[in-house]
Design a binder for this molecule. Structure first.
Ligand code: ADP
Ligand code: MG
Length: 420
């Protein structure tokens, strides 16, 4: 290790208490410290935040961190403050602050105390803030959840499109963009829209070797099929995703009637019930949560043993995120999706009410899901290829962990499935 390396390891220990960097963190941090534009693609839980937090803490000036969710920013600010004796080390700048609070934030930045300033993209459009930020030393700009800049991402935020323009006004600053969305299209969009095609890109593997992928044809017996599956995994924790609230309620009820401890979770339930059901799942008072996609954001239950998709998801990205909640502890995670072309038509019909551009993207994303469901090749290879990653389906880690590899279909069977 050279002196620089010793230094950042020391700072890692000092601030975060970790003795080692995770994955590509060290290379990313060095790139940023070298004032290079840097692009980081790592799956959720990969440790992206530290890639900008550490460089911010050890450099002169304030780093601006753009993040789309206020709750997320608050969490991060609290976490950083707990590492220091100074509250002013990290701040959020947004419209909910009082005049006095804003004055305090400005004071802490001006005095050099604040190392991380979290802002929502819409706050950065405020002239007052931009004018202020022009007058203070900025170390770099971090753009978290950078996929929000792309219409091909799962969470497009038009305000992200203004970022480059605003950052340019602040000076010649290096940018670090971070995302867990790995499709080449989204990546290209991010680099283009942030005007950082010169960025050094760091991409971690998206392979989850301990997850088993399976697709079953959806028939009218789906409910008894699910019940049988859960009974084969007795006492294990699992999540069942459905597209509609109504379906969530119906499936939860069917499971309960059949002696499986299950609770529903969706945005139509009041906050108290939702929190209660989530806690019951985390505390293992129930085995199964039946949920719409509203469930799982920020949930970290390490021993989820299965994730079932009662209905196909809208994109392979959502599928990867949702199945990714299984097997966080490295133990088995069975990802079972039910597929029928009727569901695809339903989703298409649902999308036809949307603006044309959105519709086209929606259809294209859905076609990838269809191709995944209908493929007879290694599902892991298919998924990883979608994320721009090559996977060797013979020697790769987890190569035999899917239905197509374990029970290869004959050509006629594969065809028959498609026709069904
Ligand atoms: P991401 O934003 O990529 O989803 P986070 O930044 O939230 O991931 O980090 C996920 C978890 O990894 C956090 O609990 C964090 O404390 C932990 N973590 C990050 N870096 C390290 C490290 N070098 N060693 C151990 N744990 C780490
Ligand atoms: Mg993150």
């Amino acid at each position: 290790m050279n002196s620089n390396e010793i230094e950042i390891h020391k700072e890692l220990k000092k601030y975060f208490g970790f003795s080692q960097f995770k994955g590509l963190q060290e290379q990313v941090i060095k790139s940023l410290l070298n004032k290079q534009n840097t692009f980081v693609i790592m799956p959720t839980g990969g440790g992206k935040s530290l890639c900008y937090q550490l460089p911010a803490l050890i450099q002169e000036g304030t780093a601006i961190v753009v993040s789309p969710l206020i709750a997320l920013m608050k969490n991060q600010v609290d976490a950083i403050r707990s590492l220091s004796s100074e509250n002013g080390i990290a701040h959020v700048l947004n419209s909910s602050l009082t005049k006095t609070e804003i004055a305090q934030v400005k004071k802490d930045i001006t005095s050099g105390l604040t190392k991380l300033l979290y802002v929502a993209p819409e706050s950065l459009t405020k002239e007052e803030y931009v004018n202020f930020l022009k007058t203070v030393p900025i170390s770099f700009v971090a753009i978290d959840e950078a996929h929000c800049i792309s219409e091909w991402g799962h969470d497009f935020r038009p305000e992200y499109r203004n970022l480059k323009h605003i950052i340019k006004q602040l000076g010649d600053l290096s940018i670090i963009g971070l995302t867990a969305t790995a499709t080449p299209k989204v990546q290209e969009d991010i680099l283009k829209n942030l005007d950082m095609c010169d960025a050094t890109t760091f991409k971690a593997s998206f392979n989850r070797p301990n997850l088993y992928y399976e697709v079953r044809t959806k028939t009218k017996n789906i409910e008894s099929d699910i019940i049988r599956f859960i009974k084969q995994h007795k006492g294990k924790s699992g999540i069942i995703y459905c597209l509609s609230r109504k379906k969530v309620e119906a499936i939860a009820e069917v499971l309960q009637v059949n002696g499986i401890s299950a609770v529903p979770y969706h945005a139509g339930l009041d906050a108290k019930t939702r929190a209660k059901h989530q806690d019951m799942f985390l505390m293992e008072d129930v085995d199964v949560v039946v949920a719409t996609i509203a469930f799982g954001m920020g949930i970290d239950k390490p021993d989820v043993r299965f994730v079932i998709h009662h209905d196909i998801p809208k994109s392979l990205e959502s599928y990867y995120q949702e199945t990714g909640r299984a097997g966080r502890d490295g133990g088995e995670g069975h990802c079972l999706a039910y597929y029928s072309y009727k569901d695809v038509e339903k989703l298409e019909k649902f999308m036809s009410g949307k603006p044309v551009a959105e519709q086209e993207i929606g259809f294209a994303l859905l076609q990838e899901v269809v191709a995944y469901a209908e493929t007879s090749m290694s599902r892991r290879k298919f998924l990883l290829h979608y994320f721009g990653e090559e996977f060797d389906d013979v020697t790769g880690e987890g190569a035999d962990m899917d239905d197509n590899v374990r029970n290869p279909k004959t050509k006629t069977e594969a065809k028959a499935d498609v026709v069904q």
